[in-house]
Design a protein around this ligand. Structure first.
Ligand SMILES: Cc1cc2nc3c(=O)[nH]c(=O)nc-3n(C[C@H](O)[C@H](O)[C@H](O)COP(=O)(O)OP(=O)(O)OC[C@H]3O[C@@H](n4cnc5c(N)ncnc54)[C@H](O)[C@@H]3O)c2cc1C
Length: 385
């Protein structure tokens, strides 16, 4: 049974459909059979990393340095398929590719690109992206982590919070204040003074890792600084890549929840008739399909604009906000259609809904993206009141 009532498929090229088929097969083979167990055990399946790498999914939108050089739409399609499996697995690919690898690709020196990107694309090295701090999330300008020059070195002190993959990462992109403004550093996680501690227990994103990072007198050479990163604009450019991926990805979770609800309602009998034949159920399913397809159309529009080179930050905010909101509503409705069975891990909607609480929070909360859109409409920034 298809949920693509508008035949959005017809808007895709053959190559885009091929990407979708390959990633969908990977999700069916490698993720679906195990995800409930990983989620229950709060286990990040490291053994998946080489398989995701072999499919060209790590830094797939980056060209050269062993990366796949795929289009924005192909990247988005892949994120949607991965997140139909689980947001935590898509988050791994986003942190590795859109955040850590993008930081190197956009702001790194040639030596840094050669040193890290091929290994990261192959899944041989894992990266993380440390921007958020215990007291600075939506407002990263309030960050307190500080890097001071000491001869030819930099010494970094501070703390980061909620940093994906940090405890298994080989390299951390650390954003810090300096005398010259915000700068980015590639910190090898074996450097003395760097500690990453997983945040546990979590009610969301259980099949992925997020950590507290402590930075205590972490000494790195000048060659570890990202030379092209100046000011907060630098991490924001990386965040925009990840936000674009979320605008597509979250809808994968929504689609999977809708498909689950459709299948369940088709088989479940209530009051002697199939649940799917009840008007109230159809009203729910129709609303879910309508909002899903509207958001999918928006994501595709943004992808085409990104590939054409014209996508602006507030458009990405519109996509991220719309997709997260749509997906979480669909997952909650799907959970309700499954009745009591909806709270069992045997079915995906409530797991997706729990994950999406994180997705709507990271990479800019709903409120932050609402304010970005408000600023684009009015010309007035209302972030400070
Ligand atoms: C699972 C997960 C993974 C993450 N991964 C990473 C990562 O890899 N790297 C990284 O650097 N960070 C990561 N984060 C952190 C994430 O980006 C932050 O949690 C997010 O930016 C929000 O910051 P905060 O938690 O400090 O909340 P706050 O900024 O304290 O916000 C609290 C509330 O205030 C609201 N608010 C904020 N400003 C305004 C305003 N101007 N007007 C009205 N309301 C406002 C927010 O919307 C929110 O509802 C992750 C978070 C999670 C949960």
């Amino acid at each position: 049974m298809t949920t693509d009532l508008l035949d959005l498929e017809s808007l895709l090229t053959d190559e885009e459909r091929a990407v979708r088929a390959r990633v969908r097969a990977l999700v069916d083979r490698e993720i679906r059979p195990h995800i409930a167990d990983w989620f229950e055990r709060a286990h990040f399946p490291r053994e998946l990393v080489p398989k995701l790498a072999a499919e060209g999914l790590l830094g797939m939108h980056i060209t050269g340095y062993g990366c796949a050089g795929r289009s924005s739409v192909e990247y988005g399609i892949a994120m949607q398929e991965l997140e139909a499996g689980d947001s935590g697995i898509r988050t791994f690919v986003s942190v590795q590719g859109s955040l850590a690898m993008s930081a190197v690709a956009k702001h790194g020196s040639e030596e840094q690109k050669q040193a890290w990107l091929p290994r990261m694309a192959a899944g041989e090295a894992i990266g993380c992206f440390g921007l958020t701090e215990p007291n600075a999330g939506s407002d990263p300008g309030a960050m307190q982590t500080f890097a001071r020059r000491d001869g030819d070195d930099w010494v970094i002190d501070g703390a980061k919070r909620w940093i994906g993959l940090a405890s298994i990462a080989d390299v951390a992109v650390i954003w810090a204040q300096t005398e010259e403004g915000v700068r980015g550093f590639l910190v090898e996680t074996s450097t003395p003074g760097f500690t990453a501690t997983p945040i546990e227990p979590k009610l969301s994103m259980r099949a992925s890792i997020q950590c507290d990072i402590a930075l205590e007198g972490v000494r790195v050479p000048e060659s570890a600084r990202l030379p092209e990163a100046r000011g907060l604009r630098a991490p924001f450019e990386c965040l925009n890549e990840a936000r674009f991926g979320i605008a597509w990805g979250a809808l994968g979770a929504g689609r999977d929840a809708l498909e689950t609800a459709l299948a369940y309602a088709g088989e479940r009998e209530v009051f002697g008739r199939p649940l799917a034949g009840m008007q109230l159920t159809q009203a729910r399913l129709a609303e879910m399909a309508l909002s899903l397809q509207q958001a999918q159309l928006l994501a595709l529009h943004l992808g085409r604009r990104k590939d054409a080179g014209g996508l602006r930050p507030h458009e990405i905010s519109m996509g991220k906000l719309a997709s997260c909101r749509t997906a979480i509503d669909i997952c909650r409705e799907a959970r309700a259609i499954l009745g009591g069975n909806g709270v069992s891990l045997e079915h995906s909607p409530m797991r997706h809904a729990a994950n999406l609480e994180s997705v709507r929070t990271y990479e800019g909360t709903d409120e932050v993206h609402t304010l970005v859109i408000g600023q684009a409409l009015t010309g007035l920034a209302a972030f400070r009141g």
